[in-house]
Design a protein around this ligand. Sequence first.
Ligand SMILES: [Zn+2]
Length: 265
Amino acid sequence: METIFKIRYSNMEACPKCGVVHPKYYRVKARNCYECGDCGHQIYPLVGTIMEGTTTPLTDWFFAMYLFSVSKNGVSAKELQRSLGVTYKTAWRIGHKIRDLMNDKQDKLLKGIVEVDESLIGGKVKGGKRGWGAENKTCLFGMIERDGGVKVSVIEERTREAIYNEINSGVAKGSTVYSDEFKAYKTLSTQGYIQGSVVHSKNQWKDGDCHTNSIEGYWSNLKKSILGTHTHISKKHMHRYLNEFAFRHNNRKGNIFEEMLKQIN
Ligand SMILES: [Zn+2]
């Protein structure tokens, strides 16, 4: 509770109620709140956070967040259930709340050399179609800056429009965008990007600087982790898992747990 109060209110210049400068707030133990020493105004630090209204002890929440911060492959609801000693339902809810917390709010544009690619995940139907015509699969679009950040999202269809939307909102203009030979990318220069592609169907994987090894590697790790950790992820919740993995990647050079704490607000 104290940690959360500090994260959210340590920069408080004046009490929002009485206006006293650098107010002294005291913990009211019985009520999960803090109270202004001058006017008695109460602040409930959990309101508006992922922990609002929780009956699970905060120490459990922090432990769960810690597990997410150090995990390479993600944390399943089963694993949370065991580690925290809560019901499966509670574990499942806590997991999703933490994934939502890992939705990076400081949405920086990717720049420099950015590799982009689409990929399918999940939903194999027995006897069904495979590949791009397959049912129940979720189409992902990924963009990764060389030695930098990554952005991955679910797109409804693998169309030029959907792909351009993602690139336009995620990559700084003037950047170099490398992809495979999928036809949608051919006119990317009209959007203000320097475009290059490798022709995988002709066994071309690298043309000087131009290749898509970073995004291919990211897909491979993401799929291995997701399929190894979770039995099934529905399309509806997919974005949460994508955020979780992207958050760890994007904060890999810092302290992931501390970055997660900063997201509580
Ligand atoms: Zn006050």
